[in-house]
Ligand binder design. Structure first.
Ligand code: AMP
Ligand code: MG
Length: 393
């Protein structure tokens, strides 16, 4: 073999940067709010209306003029009830001195009033109410107190969380402009079997494609499921060619050093390779490049490796958000790897993390039983009692 023209044994940061360099941002498309969870906002989002749309009451009680009620600080004050304002059915007309209107939370404040006396501070006497304390102007929500029509409330690039989707609805949008990656997903391996089918000795259920599809959806991507391909160059070539139309092809398996790792061979010999092998564990053999014009990320087949490489390298690039980490105290030591960043599975209790006992990259239950990836940078080790960065699983 001649010397490779691509990067090998890259750091995690280099891998992210090289991968990001292959991916042009997808075009902006409009999506219904219910489909946009996790997507990246493709344009600034203005408020089409103000919220509240009118000054409204924050309480159930009566709306009145504060000045009429100041005397209630020393003795009860009586006001005449002239009507009602409820959410969706405002009081029409103007309230005069000595008058009040029954009002409920979220109902528009009637013209002529500026304060609310809550129902707990009232005594009802027919068409008259007696206020036991002065009404308060602070118990109203001013028009536009949350946002004003025309104001830019969310900036392009924000990830659409449930709260942000709710906000987009409140701003008046039924659809939002998003940048959403269309990701084709393929698993490889002669031994890989669809869950629900009988399993022969030596076979394994396709857990990677299930986990990766869920991770992709959680990251706001559209998943084009290409199913599973056997270990044959011809079959793989055919599937790779079928992935056109996607922004990215994500594969699992076949990128390591074995004789049947044909994803590696195909990309090396007939595609383009940006990098092969990342200085991390689990997940060392990851491969990234292009097939025709299509960016391809080849995840290792080992179940823990494929999901961890996705979380550590692929997701931050697709979402534009760094791997979220926090610092906790190591309750057990965590081993050093001289030339790799380790992502050990750890179990969190309060502010402490201890090592999960089985760290093999085939032990998929470690990702379910553990809560965090304990990040030990290359060449460093972590003694019990030291602070360490963890990424939540
Ligand atoms: P490979 O990277 O293809 O050499 O596969 C490494 C290991 O991961 C082998 O033990 C495979 O059986 C296993 N593996 C590969 N693909 C999957 C998959 N889609 N789901 C679960 N395990 C897999
Ligand atoms: Mg394989």
């Amino acid at each position: 073999m001649t010397a490779p023209t691509f990067s090998m044994h890259v750091s995690v940061e280099q891998a992210r940067a090289l991968f990001a360099g292959l991916l042009p941002a997808p075009p902006v498309t409009a999506l219904a709010l219910r489909d946009a969870l996790g997507c990246t906002l493709g344009a600034d989002l203005p408020a089409l209306v103000s919220h509240p749309s009118a000054t409204e009451s924050a309480l159930d009680g009566v709306a009145c003029r504060e000045a009429d009620t100041l005397g209630a600080a020393s003795a009860p004050v009586s006001l005449r009830v002239v009507g009602e304002s409820r959410a969706g059915a405002p009081f029409v007309g103007e309230v005069q001195a000595g008058e009040c209107v029954r009002i409920y939370t979220g109902a528009p404040l009637p013209a002529g009033t500026d304060a609310i006396c809550p129902v707990e501070q009232l005594r009802e006497e027919g068409n008259v109410v007696r206020l036991l304390r002065p009404a308060r102007p602070g118990d109203v929500r001013p028009e536009g107190g949350d946002f004003h029509a025309g104001e830019t409330v969310m900036a392009a690039g924000l990830r659409l969380t449930p709260a942000r989707l709710a906000l987009a609805a409140a701003l008046g949008h039924a659809q939002v402009p998003v940048r959403r990656w269309r990701v084709a997903l393929l698993s490889t391996g002669d031994e890989v079997v669809e869950p629900g089918q009988p399993l022969l000795p030596g076979q394994v259920y396709d857990s990677n494609r299930v986990g990766l599809a869920a991770l992709l959806r959680e990251a706001g991507c559209e998943v084009l499921d290409l199913g599973h391909a056997p270990d044959s160059p011809a079959a793989l070539r055919e599937r790779l060619n079928a992935a056109g139309g996607a922004d990215l092809l994500l594969t699992s398996g076949g990128v390591s050093m074995g004789r049947y790792d044909f994803m590696r061979d195909l990309l090396l010999e007939e595609g383009e390779v940006a990098f092969w092998k990342v200085r991390m564990r689990p997940g060392g053999p990851a491969l990234c490049g292009r097939w025709g014009g299509l960016p391809v990320f080849g995840l290792p087949g080992n179940p823990v490796s494929s999901l961890v490489v996705f979380q550590v390298i692929v997701r931050p690039v697709l979402t534009g958000e760094p791997l979220p980490t926090r610092q906790v105290t190591a309750a057990t030591p965590f081993a050093s790897l001289p030339d790799k960043t380790a992502f050990w599975r750890g179990v969190l209790t309060g502010d402490e993390v201890r090592e999960y006992p089985r760290q093999g990259s085939g032990v998929l239950r470690s990702l379910s039983d553990a809560d965090a990836l304990v990040i030990v940078p290359e060449g460093q080790s972590v003694a019990a009692g030291e602070r360490v960065d963890v990424a939540l699983l």
